[in-house]
Design a protein around this ligand. Structure first.
Ligand code: HCA
Ligand code: CU
Length: 373
């Protein structure tokens, strides 16, 4: 069974312009736990006092989910994470040539020593360890294998494959994970950024190739344009892969709304699953088919994710759209009324036909009727 790690409170709080209070974090964490994520990445406790407090309070709520703190490969970071009572530390350290030469001015072997010392230290403290060679997908493969093998030897429980800049495509991700899986005897995670809009697709490709844990965040929040979205990933896994997780999918709109409210970031109407338009049908042919059977134009039913389907009335409308609208408004569905509304809708170049327009048209018999062939 696939495991989900939600990083809304760590990666998500790295979204430009977004901060969460400790209370907001506790609300989000409770919802995530109830939804059924396996791990909550609660923050990097050495970043600030309130992040420390948030991680510690979340760790002590007795959630079903395990709690992970983000750490550099430093004993001081691990000590602080330990004092927050977390189950896991996620240690990240990039070993690509570019970073080793330019940023840290150190060599691969020196970096590996720092990484393995930190992992051994964390294991001695009774912590579970995820090691991420940051920017995994752009790191030279030999360095990747060398550092990962050393990390596993030092006790790392998981290695995470990070597409830190969102530069992957699904087929390359699949090949990389397959290769790593045959070269490393350890459980693999994946963490995909969305810079090319491919985060969910790349995460699924990694799952196809054998990763067992996938990082997500609510509304796909994170550095720059964020990472894989919790809703998108869970729906794809549930509907297409038929995974047997016990997720409360009906909670997704609430989770999304709460995070939107706390982050001040609106959910755009065309966001899959939780956006305003996700179950809103427009063209006359679509509406007629959906009234007959929603499956004609829905990949999964609105009810599965606690939503309702609805229809838009504008110049795209067909007879069924108008009939449905009149029914909703408890107005007689007779030929005369349908024709009047239809003519009005077809003559309107821009915008929807509002309820008050419908009432106005039906009350005003003087209205000019455009003629159609
Ligand atoms: C970061 C980068 C990171 C780390 C992922 C991880 C990435 O913000 O520190 O530690 O597993 O994308 O590489 O989010
Ligand atoms: Cu990231």
């Amino acid at each position: 069974m696939v495991e989900i790690l939600d990083s809304t409170l760590r990666e998500g709080e790295q979204t430009p312009g977004v901060t969460f209070s400790v209370d907001e974090k506790l609300t989000i964490a409770s919802l995530l736990d109830e939804f059924g994520v396996d791990v909550i990445e609660a923050g990097h406790p050495r970043v600030s006092k309130d992040i420390f407090r948030g991680v510690k309070e979340i760790s002590n709520q007795g959630y079903k989910a395990e709690i992970l703190a983000h750490c550099r490969a430093m004993k001081e970071d691990i000590d602080v994470a330990r004092s927050c009572d977390v189950d896991w530390v996620g240690i990240f350290f990039c070993v690509s040539n570019r970073r080793l030469e330019q940023q840290f001015r150190s060599k691969l072997d020196e970096a590996i020593n720092l990484i393995t010392d930190a992992i051994e230290y964390a294991k001695d403290q009774g912590l579970q360890v995820r090691y991420t060679p940051e920017d995994t997908v752009r790191t030279e493969y030999t360095s990747l294998i060398k550092v990962s093998k050393a990390a596993i030897e030092a006790g790392a429980d998981r290695i995470s494959i990070a597409d830190t800049v969102g530069a992957m495509i699904p087929i390359k991700m699949y090949d990389l994970v397959k290769k790593l899986k045959s070269d490393l005897k350890v459980k693999l995670n994946v963490h995909c950024h969305n810079d090319l809009g491919l985060a969910t697709a790349n995460s699924l490709a990694a799952y196809d190739a054998g990763v067992t844990m996938i990082d997500v965040s609510v509304n796909g929040m994170g550095e720059r344009v964020g990472i894989t979205s919790l809703s998108e990933l869970c729906l794809a896994l549930y509907c297409i892969y038929e995974t047997k997780n016990n997720w409360k999918l009906g909670m997704l709109p609430e989770l999304s709304q709460k995070v939107s409210e706390f982050s001040g970031m609106n959910i755009s109407p065309n966001t899959p699953i939780v956006g305003k338009n996700a179950f809103l049908h427009n063209a006359g042919l679509h509406v007629a088919a959906v009234i007959n059977n929603p499956k004609h134009y829905e990949a999964f039913p609105a009810e599965l994710v606690g939503r309702k389907r609805n229809f838009v009335l504008d110049k795209m409308a067909g007879i069924q759209t108008i009939k449905q609208k009149l029914e909703q408004m408890e107005i007689a569905v007779c030929d005369d009324n349908v024709t009047k509304i239809m003519h009005h809708a077809k003559s309107k170049e821009k915008g929807n036909v509002s309820d008050s327009e419908i009432i106005g048209i039906l009350n005003n018999s003087e209205i000019q009727m455009p003629v159609f062939q």
